[in-house]
Design a protein around this ligand. Structure first.
Ligand SMILES: [Zn+2]
Length: 137
C-alpha cells in the first residue's frame, strides 16, 4: 500500500480539525498514514478530518467494500467549509460492528448546515470500515 504524502508541517502542528484538542500529528495523521484505527470512534474522527483535508484516498480506503463509491470528487463539489465535529455517542454493537452518532457542521455557499448522522461501522481483519449512515435531518 502506498502511503499518502504528509501534509504541510503547519497543518501537522495545528490542532486537529476533528476538535480533539490535540495537534493533527498526534491525532488523526497516524491513521491517514496507514495505522489501523483502534475503534470506530477514532475512525470516524479521522474520516471527518480527511473530509476537511480532502484526503479522498483515505476516505475510500476506510469505506466498507460493500458500500464504497467508485471514486470521490471532493474538489469538484461546491466548496465545503467544515466547521466542527461533535461525537454524541459511540458504542460497539458486537465484536465486529459499532455505531457512532455525531453532528458535523459545515457551510456551503455561505449557508451553514448541520449533519446529524448515526453511522454504522464494521471491522474486517482488524480494521474498521465505514458501512453506512442513517441521516437524520
Ligand atoms: Zn483528529
Amino acid at each position: 500500500m502506498s502511503l499518502p504524502k504528509r501534509v504541510s508541517s503547519s497543518k501537522q502542528n495545528a490542532l486537529c480539525p476533528c476538535e480533539s484538542g490535540k495537534p493533527y500529528a498526534n491525532c488523526c495523521e497516524p491513521y491517514h498514514l496507514g495505522l489501523a484505527a483502534p475503534n470506530a470512534k477514532t475512525l470516524m474522527r479521522s474520516r471527518y478530518t480527511a473530509f476537511v483535508l480532502g484526503l479522498e484516498a483515505y476516505l475510500l480506503a476506510t469505506w466498507h467494500p460493500n458500500t464504497r463509491p467508485a471514486k470521490l470528487n471532493l474538489a469538484e463539489e461546491p466548496p465545503t467549509k467544515w466547521l466542527g465535529l461533535q461525537i454524541k455517542r459511540a458504542e460497539n454493537t458486537s465484536e465486529t460492528t459499532a455505531i457512532v452518532e455525531f453532528i458535523a457542521r459545515y457551510k456551503i455557499a455561505g449557508k451553514a448546515t448541520r449533519l446529524h448522522e448515526t453511522s454504522l461501522f464494521e471491522r474486517i481483519d482488524g480494521r474498521w470500515y465505514y458501512l453506512t449512515g442513517d441521516f437524520r435531518d
